[in-house]
Design a protein. Structure first.
Length: 91
């Protein structure tokens, strides 16, 4: 009986190692989704800030790019923070 118990323990350990290896080995699709998510997390605040700044600048009587540049930089900062937090959460 002891031999059967050892064999069962070894098989369970190997199965756990195989499951862990599958988790740690990302597929091409999962890597593509991950990179796409990082891109969206960065680009959306940048584009949103640029559009909002452009809209605010167009409301002004004379042409100014102050809001556009300010909100574009804010979008870059927010996008970088988004990416950092997302990567830190995944680890």
């Amino acid at each position: 009986m002891s031999h059967n118990r050892q064999l069962l323990t070894q098989v369970e350990q190997q199965a756990q190692r195989m499951k862990q290896a599958e988790k740690n080995h990302p597929t091409l699709i999962s890597q593509t989704v991950y990179i796409g998510t990082l891109g969206l997390l960065f680009i959306l605040p940048v584009v949103g800030g640029a559009y909002l700044g452009l809209w605010l600048d167009n409301l002004a009587a004379d042409y100014s790019s102050q809001w556009t540049l300010s909100l574009l930089l804010a979008g870059i900062l927010l996008g970088a923070i988004n990416v950092y937090l997302f990567i830190r959460e995944r680890e």
